[in-house]
Ligand binder design. Structure first.
Ligand code: ADP
Ligand code: MG
Length: 264
């Protein structure tokens, strides 16, 4: 069977086997060096192609997710945060809860690593082949209010229901007005038992009535979120303040948690 090199490259392009195409000579050399059988060579080539496709898919999904920055579980110091169970987090990193459309509530004062864990879990979920969208509660509500005002609420809700996991960061930093709370409720109802959600908040569940400005709406939202959920409450003080204190930069005790700077 004789096919010239250029034709073979053309075939590989047609089949979208671009990793094999781009490294054909070196991959074949490698296979020869290792004395691979024909079957082993095929496995080796397919493995390379799949690895490249996975890399590309993950890269693209990370962009679409709109994480504000990169954080990973490897960079999370579990010793510094004894109220977080590393086994539970590792189990959640398998994304089984996402497959089942469950919810995670990550609660705790500012600076204890809620956003860090939310982003790190979101990135793991992408590696497990699911789509993710990250947003803050404030940006989400602003988008819903705007869409509602323009008569496009349905489209927006449909868009927000697409990703398998929706991460909503910083719920409770600002209270919602009644209209916003109702729109948020519609989103939660839409995703309920269909798509997973991860919500971080500096407010305990008992304070959500105040956050939503309406205890009835808050209860309706909570009933849905808590139905199949993992609630993780992080205690302790801000990681950065603690690090500074440890290095001697800060001498005094930190201010009460709810007045501490939210950015820390
Ligand atoms: P929160 O969202 O709870 O306010 P963040 O996740 O933004 O807190 O944490 C503040 C900063 O401290 C971030 O840069 C985060 O990466 C870091 N951080 C917090 N907790 C830890 C931890 N246990 N190990 C490593 N870094 C941490
Ligand atoms: Mg945060």
């Amino acid at each position: 069977m004789s096919v010239d090199h250029e034709t073979l490259l053309g075939w590989l392009t047609r089949l979208n086997l671009t990793a094999i195409r781009d490294q054909l000579d070196s991959l074949l050399d490698e296979a020869a060096r290792q004395d691979l059988t024909t079957r082993e060579t095929l496995v080796f080539l397919c493995g390379r192609e799949i690895a490249r496709k996975d890399e590309r898919r993950i890269e693209m999904a990370m962009k679409i997710a709109h994480f504000p920055h990169a954080r990973d579980l490897d960079g999370f110091d579990f010793n510094a945060q004894p109220s977080v169970d590393p086994h539970q987090i590792r189990e959640l990193a398998t994304a089984r809860w996402v497959a089942h459309g469950e919810a995670i509530l990550l609660l705790g004062p500012p600076g204890v690593g809620k956003s860090h864990l939310a982003i790190a879990l979101g990135r793991e979920v992408i590696r497990q082949n699911y789509t993710v969208l990250f947003t803050t509660a404030q940006a989400l509500v602003a988008a819903l209010v705007k869409a509602h005002g323009e008569g496009r609420l349905e489209d927006r809700l449909a868009l927000l229901s697409k990703p398998k996991l929706l991460i909503i960061d910083e719920l409770g930093y600002l209270p919602f007005d009644p209209n916003a709370a109702h729109l948020f409720f519609q989103l939660v109802s839409r995703r309920y038992e269909r798509g997973a959600m991860l919500i971080t908040s500096n407010r305990s569940v008992g304070e959500w009535g105040t956050v939503f400005g309406d205890p009835v709406v808050a209860t309706a939202i909570l009933v849905r979120l808590l139905h199949h959920s993992h609630v993780i409450t992080i205690r302790g003080d801000s990681y950065r303040l603690r690090e500074k204190r440890r290095s001697g930069l800060l001498q005094k005790a930190t201010p009460p948690l709810d007045t501490a700077n939210a950015a820390l």
